[in-house]
Design a protein around this ligand. Structure first.
Ligand SMILES: [Zn+2]
Length: 410
């Protein structure tokens, strides 16, 4: 039994994604701006001077909120009571989820002309009146892909650094994931570390809807320069080495909840030498993950360790995770890298909530940060030419930003 990974969705919500409306025509949307705050947009349509003015029509946009009733929400969109009664029966509207922005074209008397919103599967739903009823039309949202490049410097946490330049959460998570075999994002980040990301953004009508794939990235940490290029279904160094390692550097998932926790608080023991393990200060309930594929060798209570899980991996490797508040696996179960095996706690001999982590080779505790770990397979020989063709322009972009960064720092 594995707990679901708690992941933040991309920072770009589905807010305000329905085509360029008049108010935005003069202000070019800033591609790097964070999603706008929830706002009510009321726009009289432009009237031609020599025509008989048509009934005044408004475009309103509102985000469906947690706790909203459908009737209350429709009324906030300026729709009149009678129409609300009829609209509330539309099945498409009853499936609305909190956070979804709905755009309504409404006449001045509250008669709705159309309601539209984007669903999770990039489907644009339009609800239009048809006689006394309403009909829902669905179409594939005409999303456009853009490639963005951004760089930032770490001052307090990775999320603070990505927030500062408007990099979506989804891209921050992918960044931590891609370099998770090389960098312990929980403990190793230092002030002054810097990174560059090249990633996709999906736009609808010129406005960002959500983040796509991370295409390339660079991480410069404590004198180490790491680079990654997306190819096929994996990430490789520009020379074709696979960045996927048999073991993750950190047993804690990098997340907004835990991000920066390790930086703010000193772990209870500073080094692995003191007690053959590494302590991660972390909030109770933070997700603990298997650092590599393996089999559960032990799951239960051991005096000092409290609730503990021990995993046996290929070869001579085993890992141990202690002081858990909750165990999510059973003895003998197979686990894959990144599976949840339990939650951070304070059981056993622990003076505060933390994860005690041990990495053993042939039964001997070793410092996991000092051990060279086996990697996945490199780019296959027959794909090298295709890989180079894809990697070259991406690496050129990383070079470009790396040089710009140096200029900024000078
Ligand atoms: Zn410990």
């Amino acid at each position: 039994m594995a707990l679901p990974a708690v992941r933040r969705s991309a920072a770009f919500g589905l807010l305000a994604a329905f085509g360029a409306v008049a108010a935005f025509a003069t202000i070019a949307p800033r591609e790097d701006a964070p999603p706008p705050p929830r706002a009510l947009i009321v726009e009289p349509l432009a009237l031609q001077a020599h025509e008989v003015p048509p009934p005044l029509q408004y475009v309103r946009e509102e985000q469906f909120q947690r706790g909203d009733t459908l009737a209350g929400f429709l009324s906030r969109l300026g729709i009149d009571e009678t129409a609300i009664g009829r609209l509330a029966r539309a099945p498409a509207l009853r499936a609305l989820r909190p956070g979804v922005a709905v755009r309504a074209d409404v006449l001045a008397d509250g008669t709705p002309k159309s309601l539209s919103f984007l669903t999770g599967r990039d489907t644009l739903v339009r609800i239009v009146p048809e006689g006394e009823r309403f009909r829902a039309l669905e179409e594939q949202a005409p999303l456009e892909t853009r490639v963005l490049m951004k760089a930032s410097v770490i001052r307090s946490s990775l999320f603070a650094a990505t927030d500062a330049v408007g990099i979506p959460d989804g891209i921050a998570m992918q960044l931590a994931d891609v370099f998770g075999g090389d960098i312990d994002f929980y403990r190793d980040l230092r002030k002054g570390d810097r990174f560059t990301v090249v990633y996709e953004i999906y736009d609808l009508g010129g406005r960002p809807v959500r983040a796509g794939r991370l295409l390339a990235a660079e991480f410069v940490s404590q004198g180490r320069h790491l680079r990654a290029v997306h190819f096929g279904s994996s990430y490789y160094a520009p020379d074709g080495r696979n960045l996927r390692k048999a073991f993750l550097r950190a047993p804690l998932e990098f997340s907004r909840v835990s991000s920066g926790f390790g930086m703010r608080r000193h772990p209870i023991h500073s080094g692995w030498r003191a007690h053959k393990g590494i302590d991660y200060a972390a909030p109770i309930g933070a997700r603990v993950r298997a650092v590599g594929d393996g089999v559960v060798d032990y799951a239960g209570i051991k005096s000092g360790y409290g609730n503990v899980v021990i995993l046996r991996h290929n070869g001579q490797y085993s890992t141990l995770y202690a002081h858990l508040s909750r165990i999510a696996v059973r003895r003998g179960a197979r686990v894959a890298q990144n599976d949840t095996i339990g939650l951070v706690g304070q059981t056993g001999w622990a003076t505060g909530p933390h994860l005690h982590y041990e990495f053993r080779i042939a039964g001997q505790a070793r410092n996991p940060l000092a051990v060279a770990l086996p990697s996945g397979l490199p780019v296959p020989a027959q794909s090298l030419a295709a890989f180079r063709a894809q990697a070259e322009p991406l690496v050129a972009r990383l070079d470009l930003l790396a040089n710009a960064n140096v200029a900024l720092l000078d």
